[in-house]
Write a protein that binds this ligand. Structure first.
Ligand SMILES: [Zn+2]
Length: 160
């Protein structure tokens, strides 16, 4: 997807996270949206830095990079929520667009993706972005309510 669609994905994801984590629409809902909006959007933009440095859809589109950013808050106490944006970027590229991503790079160059996406320049790219984002939020809600122990939590029980 292009940068605009990745930003849209991050904004919708942050708003959705606010309501998934605090469905009542109260102050905590909006605090969550405010707390997650910038880091999630930064996460959605980060992988495509490899268009200028490294190999696009390989260097920063792989599981080791996601694992590093997932672990970052535990060791350094910052960059919470960035991994959510990165994971969402991977899903959007692999599911919403035609070309896949090299999940196992640098060990394996093969690009993986589902054969259901559109080209990044398609007039349907933004609709595909919205559909994928809704599916992501449904998956997050399902994990949150069915298996919350798999989500990274901080000391006071907030999802990282
Ligand atoms: Zn990408």
């Amino acid at each position: 997807m292009n940068k605009g669609d990745h930003v849209l994905n991050g904004i919708l994801l942050a708003v959705g996270l606010g309501y998934v984590l605090h469905p009542d629409g109260g102050i905590q809902t909006f605090e969550t949206i405010a707390a997650t909006l910038v880091p999630v959007v930064l996460g959605t933009l980060f992988p495509d830095v490899d268009t200028d440095f490294g190999k696009h859809r390989k260097t920063l589109h792989n599981l080791p990079v996601l694992a590093l950013l997932y672990a970052f808050p535990f060791y350094f106490g910052n960059l919470q929520w960035v991994w959510v944006g990165i994971a969402s970027h991977y899903v959007l590229d692999a599911v919403g667009s035609r070309r896949g991503i090299a999940l196992f790079y640098p060990l394996w160059d093969e690009e993986f993706g589902l054969p259901v996406g559109v080209t990044t320049s398609s007039k349907w790219a933004t609709l595909a972005t919205v559909v994928v984002t809704v599916l992501e939020l449904a998956a997050i809600a399902a994990v949150l309510y069915l298996a919350p122990q798999v989500l990274p939590m901080d000391a006071v029980g907030n999802v990282l």
